[in-house]
Design a protein around this ligand. Structure first.
Ligand code: IPD
Length: 263
């Protein structure tokens, strides 16, 4: 049976091996193509990062499964599955803006147990394993504990389809006057890491993929936060709300009232 802390340490070692090259390439790597729409970028660095991470994980644990953003999907036989975003926040990466990250999560028998998010631009390492807490650069982190919706700093993100963006902007028209402010950092994984560290009070988004949120899910939970859909159920990304327990219900009610989960 795999041990979450052993998997966590492997994920950190692998992410650390890749991060310096990603940082070196940030801001100097043009898009090499687009995916779901003309604004959904991919670069050679995304593919290089994925290949490096997958190779290193499988060298150490050849029987594990893998799901990664750019192309890798392997079933595995060990019960462990790695869920990888080799560069989350590719637009920030292309422009040389902080906010992109390397995100490696792991599940055992479908349960999220490891979250490692490395922020090459600022040098932050967010790390968590089920039952072992969450840290940033080795220091324990906690969600903010904010309970007042009107004082909450809330991050969000936007999809790549024009119609969805129009709807997401309409949601913001209703949400923005009722909270402290909105942040759009450019990377879902970093937003979740920042919720875990109490640097944002909450985060919501419609239309994420499993690799955007796998590692962040474990970080938020181990930092004392909640993550799920609007009803608090586990989510595969269709709608994600991460918040301290004290804030969750009020924010969920506001988001439900403006149909944020259908935007
Ligand atoms: C995207 C980023 C962005 C979020 C999008 C994601 P990518 O991931 O996390 O912040 O708003 O929903 O798809 O495409 O840069 O890996």
């Amino acid at each position: 049976m795999a041990d979450p802390t052993t998997l966590r340490d492997l994920a950190l070692e692998v992410a650390r091996a890749v991060a310096p090259e990603i940082r070196r390439l940030a801001g100097g790597t043009p898009p090499d193509g687009t995916k779901s729409s003309a604004t959904d970028l991919v670069t050679v660095a995304d593919r290089w990062s994925e290949q490096q991470i997958v190779t290193r994980l499988l060298d150490a644990r050849p029987d594990d499964g893998i799901l990664a953003e750019e192309e890798t999907s392997l079933a595995g036989t060990s019960g462990v599955r790695w869920i990888i975003d080799p560069i989350d926040g590719t637009t920030n990466f292309v422009y040389g803006l902080a906010g992109y990250s390397i995100s490696i999560g792991a599940e055992i028998d479908g349960e999220p147990v490891v979250g490692v998010i490395l922020d090459p631009a600022l040098g932050n390492e967010f790390v968590a394993a089920l039952g072992a807490g969450a840290t940033c650069n080795g220091t324990p982190i906690r969600v903010s504990g904010q309970s007042d919706l009107a004082q909450a700093l809330v991050a969000t993100g936007f999809g790549y389809q024009a119609d969805r963006r129009r709807n997401q902007a309409v949601v913001l028209v209703e949400v923005l006057p009722r909270i402290r402010d909105i942040r759009r950092g450019g990377g879902a994984a970093m937003d979740l890491a920042n919720v875990a560290a109490g640097r944002l009070d909450a985060y919501f988004e419609r239309g994420l993929s499993p690799w955007d949120l796998a590692a962040g899910t474990v970080l938020v939970r181990e930092a004392g936060g909640t993550i799920g859909d609007l009803d608090g159920n586990p989510t595969d990304g269709d709608f994600v709300l991460a918040a301290p327990p004290e804030l969750r219900d009020a924010l969920a009610e506001l988001l439900r009232s403006v149909r944020a989960d259908q935007a």
